[in-house]
Design a protein around this ligand. Sequence first.
Ligand code: XMP
Length: 515
Amino acid sequence: MLDYHREIILILDFGSQYTQLIARKIRELGVYCEILPFNVGLDEITSRNPKGIVLSGGPKSVNEVDAPVCDPAIFHLGIPILGICYGLQLTVKLFGGRVEKSVKREYGMAHLAVEEKALLLDGIQDGNVVWMSHQDKVLKMPDGFKTIAHSDNSPHAAIKSLDGGIYGVQFHPEVHHTQKGKKILRNFLYKICKTKGFFSPKSFVDLATEKIKEQVGGGKVVCALSGGVDSSVVATLIHRAIGKNLHCVFVNNGVLRKNEAEEVLDLFKDRLHMNLKYVDAEDMFLAVLKGVKDPERKRKIIGRTFIKIFEAEAKNIGDVRYLAQGTLYPDVIESTSFKGPSATIKSHHNVGGLPRRMKLTLLEPLRELFKDEVRIVGKELGLPDNLVYRQPFPGPGLAIRIIGDVTRERLHILKEADSIIRDEIERNNRFRHVWQSFAILIPVKTVGVMGDERTYANVITLRVVESKDGMTADWTKLPYAILDKVSRRIINEVPGVNRVVYDISSKPPSTIEWE
Ligand code: XMP
């Protein structure tokens, strides 16, 4: 069994917005890597036996009193190091060079002039475009280092130690705008760190399957299947490892999209033959939501009711020892790296508290993966595209897209309208280009005219946004023809709706969901 952990690159995080991108790119190049806080202990680093270390960029200036500094001993371990932006400046400073704030911030494209064909720049031509984003710059190089490339504004755009063990780049090879960025990272991995490239979707699936078998043995695992990407991939992976000892529970809370429950049952029960318990709890959820208008209360009630049902089902299975969860790598980093305090705008974690209450051991086979990688693993496992590329769907479902009371009638209207926008987005091949596209039912009625009749009916809002991670989002400038078709279809096909409007607000200052 090929264990891709055998060659690992460690990325020390100095707080750059691009740190996760560095990790993504290195893994895309076939080498497993992990992100650690910049001040991680030397023992932790050496115990991982890394093939190389990357020092990320960061928002601070190396000359500030509270500038983050890693243990300088890492430079003397004989492990290749690549400093990116702040990482380069820190290297220069720690080796006795001088870094100062320049008057002009260098931001955007620059052209690289190669001075020495060092291993890092192998295959990189003069004039290649690189992406810069820094204010500090190197004024004096430390002894034992030399410049291997410059740009108009950065006389030391790429540097190396004379023994060739330490490299630094002022620009960001991890961002898309750096023309040969991937090639530079590849040079670092394969030419300098001498990695072989063990990490791939297949090596992940093979190892994860083995590890699950080993951890679980003949024990039973319970998994809450929602039909979302993460829980679907978790369930499929565990099923591959332990078959019928995996027990999935799918709770239909009534606030799912049209046909969603049927699709989940069809795939996981009928086609993949998983042990799947379907719980139709629509009536119960609608009863507890009755009269609740406040969005945070809706979230809490839905979360609590879900836990109650899930716990009861797990008890029914009997003798369960493990709870499967779709924890991803960004959640793991979040809990270990340094993070500034951020205000809670909406409480998004719906099933928090479940593992502790149920006294089960957690099984988290996706802990090492980024979201994109989960999708790739899903494909490797043979899951269909419409599931693997599914849009994010909030745990409280349509309940937070029905502003005000959630009633059976209003739910029906929203499900129908929502299925029309989903359908048109797919038909017009927009699905993979947008982050989310959905309908919202607002508690407003307006006057309309149908035939010769006056109507007084509901308004549907359409929300279509583009985003990379849901943290910020831009409203999608859909062609009028598509908007027109969606609007006509909703008004003609969904009784009780006589007006459709399009939400043209971005996040921030708005949010993606309306509640
Ligand atoms: P907002 O509305 O905060 O949404 O801009 C950002 C992303 O999070 C999703 N979202 C939720 N997901 N439970 C979830 O699992 C929730 O309560 C919840 N609220 C919002 C939203 O769909 C978007 O992708």
